[in-house]
Design a binder for this molecule. Structure first.
Ligand code: HEM
Length: 408
């Protein structure tokens, strides 16, 4: 009978995520939406897809987005939410700002129509819930059926026009009427152009393009709100801290990485054994077994992060060879493609401009604008999922605070 092996030590967790005989298992219950999606592929097909998409995830592009695009997207999104309420729930604001970016990466042509954009955001929330149904607390059959209905609506309302436009551009390039450099740099264009060579069905392309907007926006916004919470908590204990965070992005990025370590996006990674095997740390598994990696336990392993591993301490010393965010971006062949976009790079690893990551850049933008925790609306946890998530987190923006934080 198939068994379940639970892993909580850093070393075993890391080895399991890198083991070639263990395939992705987190999306089995949401397979109708996740079949053929990169994070759900295994072996040769996964390597092939990853190699193809990796071309889009370039450090020079991220550096440009950090400097020019992300603060603007956030300020614009914030302006639309601030217009109606003095207390702003920051959860949808950062999610929508990041969704605009992730939708571009996916290959959707998002215009200026707010109602249209909110419709996309609603569809992405339904797709995210259905794809990660394994962690849902509600009725799972209903959630998956709702996800499939959302996918259909997404296909007709958003994907079909983007698809048609790119097909025409690709035909034009093939006919010599345009340069290849005229093509958009996004997942949809890449997959359509490589369709025949990689034997991709329309369904594969649809599900893959539907995956990027929610995976890019939901995990990043959830992580951002956790990190912002730590900033406010630390400031409450030592007033003036936020001024230092605004002035020193390196320090703010340390806060973000430490927060990422303590709040992995998914509490568990799940793998299924495709054959009998053994981890270098000794644990054995048989074909068909399930391997559950407790991400929080691995990220707070005292042997690696010290006796106070479960405490938030952005000054902690991280051992050589260990990532400051722990395993929160995964490890090995499925390691997050958006890691550098969301989290930047630790000191000393950027070739040109220092990459701080979207989370640090967005928190810095919010704090610089004078964001403070609302006293009228305390933060609320989300009870609809076993994932530890803030359902709402209200902040207020005070002009005099913004002036104090930006004395020049
Ligand atoms: C704080 C933000 C984020 C976190 C914590 C996060 C976390 C993760 C984790 C843990 C995995 C590996 C899953 C596994 O091994 O089972 C993963 C994979 C992935 N992530 Fe992220 N992610 C984030 C942001 C992003 C962004 C911004 C994008 C793209 C716009 C993205 C795209 C992907 C993709 C495409 C994969 C699949 C890679 C593969 O299977 O080869 N992620 N992410």
């Amino acid at each position: 009978m198939a068994e379940t092996l639970r892993l909580g030590s850093w070393a075993a967790a890391r080895e399991a995520l890198r083991h070639r005989d263990l395939r992705q298992g987190l999306y089995d219950e949401g397979r109708a939406l996740m079949d053929g999606v990169v994070v759900n592929l295994h072996g040769g097909p996964h390597t092939e897809r990853r190699r193809l998409e990796n071309r889009l995830f370039r450090r020079d592009t991220f550096a440009y987005w950090e400097a020019e695009l992300i603060p603007v997207l956030l300020r614009e999104t914030l302006a639309t939410h601030r217009a109606d309420h003095p207390d702003v729930d920051i959860v949808p604001v950062v999610r929508h700002a990041m969704l605009r970016l992730a939708a571009c990466v996916a290959g959707l042509d998002i215009g200026a129509d707010t109602a249209d954009f909110l419709r996309l955001a609603g569809l992405m929330t339904r797709l995210a819930s259905a794809s990660t149904v394994v962690h849902a607390t509600g009725d799972k059959t209903t959630i998956v059926a709702d996800g499939l209905a959302a996918l259909d609506e997404f296909k007709s309302a958003f994907l079909a026009p983007a698809w048609a436009r790119r097909e025409t551009l690709i035909q034009d390039v093939r006919a010599g009427k345009r340069q290849e450099s005229d093509l958009p740099r996004d997942v949809l264009t890449l997959l359509l152009a490589a369709r025949a060579d990689h034997d991709l069905s329309s369904g594969d392309i649809e599900r893959e393009v539907a995956y990027f907007p929610w995976v890019g926006s939901h995990s990043t916004s959830i992580a951002l709100v956790h990190a912002l919470h730590h900033c406010f908590e630390a400031d409450a204990r030592g007033p003036g801290l936020i001024d230092a965070l605004v002035a020193t992005p390196e320090l703010l990025q340390r806060f973000v990485h430490e927060s990422l370590r303590l709040h992995p996006a998914s509490p568990e990674a799940v793998r299924r054994a495709v054959s009998d095997g053994q981890l270098p740390t000794g644990e054995r598994f048989a074909a068909g077994d399930t391997v559950v990696v407790d991400m929080f336990a691995a990220n707070t392993d005292k042997a690696v992060f010290g006796d106070d591993a479960d405490r938030f301490d952005p000054t902690r010393t991280i051992p050589v060879g260990v990532t400051p965010w722990g395993l929160t971006f995964g490890s090995g062949f499925h390691a997050c493609l958006g890691q550098e976009l969301a989290g930047g790079l630790p000191p000393g690893q950027s070739d040109g401009d220092r990459l701080f990551g979207a989370i640090t850049v967005m928190i810095s933008t919010l704090l610089t604008a004078g964001a403070q925790r609302s006293t009228r609306h305390p933060p609320v946890r989300d009870e609809r999922t076993t994932r530890p998530v803030w359902r709402s987190y209200h902040v207020v923006f005070e002009d005099h605070v913004a002036r104090e934080r930006n004395p020049s």
